[in-house]
Design a protein around this ligand. Sequence first.
Ligand SMILES: Cc1cc2nc3c(=O)[nH]c(=O)nc-3n(C[C@H](O)[C@H](O)[C@H](O)COP(=O)(O)O)c2cc1C
Length: 376
Amino acid sequence: MLQPLLLQPLTIKGVTLKNRVAVSPMCQYSAIEGVAQDWHLVHLGRFALGGAGLVFVEATAVEARGRISPTDMGLWNEEQARALARIADFLKANGAAAGIQLAHAGRKGSTHRPWDGGGPLAEADAVSGAAPWQTVGPSALPFADGYPAPHAMSAADIGEVIVAFREATKRALTCGFDVVEVHAAHGYLLHEFLSPLSNHRTDAYGGDREGRMRFPLEVVETVRAVWPQDKPLFVRVSSVDFDEGGLTIEDTVAFAKALKARGVDLVDCSAGGNTATAPRVAPGYQVPYAAAVRKQAAVATGAVGLILSAEQAEQILKDGAADLVLLARKALDDPNFALHAVEALTGEFDYAFAPPPAKSGLDRLAGPLRRLRAAQ
Ligand SMILES: Cc1cc2nc3c(=O)[nH]c(=O)nc-3n(C[C@H](O)[C@H](O)[C@H](O)COP(=O)(O)O)c2cc1C
């Protein structure tokens, strides 16, 4: 029997993932001054114990004003780097490749964490240590009603953010990460430049598609220049805006071609987030974007969005829609998704993806499970 694609290794540049299950970045809003806590080690560590091939650390701000909330992860200083190195070490020691998503929230920064209601911070929040800050964006257009207008970035501001991405990438390397993903999706700063809905600039960083792509591409070029050539670089995109006049899949295919030309190894195809418009969600609702980008830009893609079963994940790979499957919510529901995928796709009780201490115990479950099945 042929081994299912989902369970096969995937080599990208100098990194080999032991399978094609990746855990998508997920903000935990639980860092202190941008520093990862025990929470993050346990949250991410359980996916390594659960056999995932690649585990991404959440959107990690490259500078303080690039956080979504005051409790976002950051990588603009050495203390933050030390805490993240511990996580990267743990993931790798337990068989998962370690990824980190580098991000800047742009006009969607300076907000409450979701369980405190989300929405913009107000001056009154300063009393509880969560003072609002001036956000930045391509144009002085607020994200939605009730959000303050960002400061429209000058050329000097753009240069500063590019330097922040460069320095964070260098730190990600010293932390020992295997994969860097640049966050250019979900209405955050890079997506804001890409989308005509949020970018009304009239200088070289706005206007036509080429102008709107300029800043994100400069970020990617800078990151690629300091991220070793044998290490994979991913970019997450919002393949489409869900509003009239927003990004289309044609824009994203053009962007993906430009990314590929600059040494990006995989385009992680998400969607939406630049306005309050929500997508119509169904299993695999974003997979067609990954398929279109893969086919039309001839670049490796990641598929994400309500991928709920091993069979569904396998079908995405078999259809040639993507090279890698990313899970967020389902991974929270089943951190052992990759271990369970083996039985789902092969019928075997085989815990080879688990690190030795977990495998040793699970192997003692495999025997009785096989005998019970044989007796049925
Ligand atoms: C709790 C949570 C936090 C998230 N944080 C991030 C993030 O840091 N960066 C990002 O690109 N996407 C983030 N997302 C989006 C997911 O990575 C993923 O793209 C989305 O949830 C769709 O996949 P799913 O249906 O498997 O959850 C987050 C999603 C959830 C549920």
